[in-house]
Ligand binder design. Structure first.
Ligand code: SF4
Ligand code: SF4
Length: 419
């Protein structure tokens, strides 16, 4: 979501009546008790920047940088202030004329990221990772933070352009594979294909698709975000399908707001309205009667990512889906309304606050008594899994559809093979 001009930005900041009703819902305000780290305070700072009353200082920038863009404030605001658009525009004001960070450039460039993941796989499998960890070398330059987030990597997949449905055809969808998800969570992407084809949907995986652009957008680089959005629109709009499926709620939230990011024309409107989170899509279709799931007698805590809850409003669907598994006990992770601290690159750039927020989730996980934690956003899953590994808890972290596909009794796998 962008505000193209200072005029449209000021129209939004003017909507804020400074009532403060959003403050108790803002994790950074709750943790720091600093008005500058609250939605109301940040809106006042951005208004000052847009009107030329303030100039960017390191302190002002830090107040904007500590915002998680979780949009919990936007969800509760009685005046309908579009806070997400305001913070993006505020960051664009301070970042104007600057270059995006090397991390954002790497993560948003799919070919480069695939190359980096191959190198990291060699690093993990050759024993170099264990050596680097034991030597303490990773502490220099903050590399230990990145290293701690890495799951065991598998080779980047070579997608087929089309996966045909099994049995009676019910429709066609396209799959958005993402950038980080494609190198760290291929299990979920394969699970999505497996479930969709088993339900009678042909799955297209457009080759020309690129990163959704969310990182650029929230870092204050709307032009770069717009460029990627344009490429995706061209890649996906050539196919006539029932839905564009995303397995990552952060990407899905960005794709669903392409209408505002690009010119509000028919093509971008149609695309944005076709986007569905995988859980939403699978929970909304009729399942073939011959599909069964193996029972699972475990308690599963459901983490509701901010993008699924505050932006897409689709947090109920993972519960509906998981209830298809006999014996399962799905429970909400206590405190789901508060961000986990992952927030894109926030878990790397703001480690102290990110870890404070994650600690709340780890305590909530203990309270839940769960054996498995599911999350619909790969960034949150990586951040939470790293904390769980460090704490030594025997809890598995995965995507809801990865768990569902694992219990699938008689459907074909993503390559079309039936067990
Ligand atoms: S953003 Fe909304 S809830 Fe928060 S202070 Fe402004 S008007 Fe009040
Ligand atoms: S987006 Fe989240 S962290 Fe940022 S001001 Fe709103 S509630 Fe606070």
């Amino acid at each position: 979501m962008t505000l193209a001009t200072p005029h449209s930005l000021l129209k939004q900041t003017d909507l804020c009546v400074k009532c403060g009703l959003c403050l108790p819902h803002c994790p950074t305000y709750v943790k720091t008790r600093d008005e500058g780290n609250s939605p109301r305070g940040r809106i006042a700072l951005i208004e000052g920047l847009a009107k030329g009353r303030l100039t960017p200082t390191p302190r002002l920038e830090e107040h904007l940088n500590t915002c998680l863009t979780c949009r919990a404030c936007e969800k509760v605001c009685p005046s309908g202030v579009r806070y997400g658009a305001i913070i993006d525009a505020g960051r664009a004001l301070i970042h104007s004329g600057r270059e995006p960070s090397a991390l954002t450039k790497l993560v948003t460039n799919k070919p480069l990221l695939r190359l980096a993941s191959r190198a990291l796989r060699v690093y993990q499998r050759s024993g170099a990772q264990a050596l680097a960890r034991a030597s303490g070398l990773l502490r220099f330059g903050g590399a230990d933070r990145l290293d701690s987030l890495l799951p065991p990597l598998s080779p980047p997949p070579m997608w087929r352009e089309y996966y045909p449905p099994s049995g009676k055809q019910r429709g066609e969808v396209t799959l958005f594979t993402g950038c980080i998800a494609e190198v760290t969570d291929t299990v979920t992407l394969h699970a999505a294909i497996r479930l969709l084809t088993a339900c009678g949907y042909g799955v297209h995986v457009p080759r020309a698709q690129v990163c959704c652009g969310a990182l650029y957008q929230h870092d204050g680089f709307p032009e770069q975000a717009r460029r990627l959005a344009g490429q995706n629109l061209a890649a996906f709009s050539a196919l006539k399908v029932d839905a564009v499926i995303s397995t990552v709620s952060g990407c899905g939230a960005q794709l669903a707001e392409y209408e505002q990011l690009l010119a509000e024309n028919e093509q971008s409107r149609h695309f944005a309205r076709s986007v569905q989170d995988i859980s939403q899509f699978l929970a909304g279709i009729d399942w073939p009667e011959n599909i069964t799931f193996a029972p699972l007698h475990q308690r599963v805590a459901i983490h509701e990512p901010c993008t699924l809850r505050n932006v897409l409003g689709q947090q109920t669907h993972p519960y509906t889906l998981l209830r298809k598994i006999p014996g399962i006990e799905p429970v909400a992770l206590p405190g789901n309304a508060q961000c986990c601290g992952a927030a894109g690159t926030y878990m790397i750039t703001q480690p102290a606050l990110a870890d404070t927020l994650r600690n709340d989730k780890l305590a909530a996980l203990d309270t839940s008594g769960a054996d498995i934690l599911v999350s619909s956003n790969i960034g949150c899953a990586l951040h939470l899994a790293a904390g769980i590994r460090e704490s030594g808890k025997p809890v598995e972290v995965l995507h809801p559809v990865a768990l569902l596909a694992r219990q699938l009794g008689n459907g074909p796998d993503s390559k079309g093979n039936t067990p």
